[in-house]
Design a binder for this molecule. Structure first.
Ligand SMILES: [Fe+2]
Ligand SMILES: [Fe+2]
Length: 140
């Protein structure tokens, strides 16, 4: 599906973020291609990933004092709210909404990755977090 696919312009140079973003886009592709029978499972996988993806970025932002974190977290919260709403409606029989969600999120991600995630990745790299905070041993 041409609207929903990985583009190398999404690469931001922070390896754990790039890996997570590839996974996110792959799950969007799966949801965009899912039929009515497979849509609930595709959205469940997407929702699980999205919670973890945003939680990882939230942790990085808080651990490093990323200045525009409220704005960034706010966008994530909106996406999570929409994903929950669409999952409920798909469970109620509106499976086409799942495909529309995947296409809308691919569009959203294009802008979000190029702005908020790009700023966060650059901020992390400037501070020497090539592998990101999660990979560092906890300080006693
Ligand atoms: Fe992200
Ligand atoms: Fe983000």
């Amino acid at each position: 599906m041409s609207e929903v696919q990985w583009q190398d312009r999404h690469l931001l140079g922070l390896e754990p973020m790039d890996t997570t973003h590839r996974e996110f886009v792959a799950l969007l592709e799966a949801a965009a291609a899912a039929d009515a029978a497979g849509m609930s499972a595709a959205l469940a996988a997407l929702a699980e990933h999205t919670e973890e993806h945003f939680e990882m970025e939230r942790r990085w932002m808080e651990d490093t004092g990323f200045p525009p974190q409220h704005c960034h977290k706010g966008e994530h919260e909106n996406v999570l709210m929409i994903v929950r709403e669409v999952r409920a409606r798909v469970a109620g029989g509106e499976s086409e909404l799942g495909r529309q969600l995947a296409i809308a999120l691919a569009e959203w991600f294009d802008g979000h990755a190029a702005t908020m995630d790009a700023m966060l990745a650059a901020w992390m790299l400037e501070r020497g977090h090539e592998k990101a905070c999660a990979a560092e041993p906890a300080q006693a």
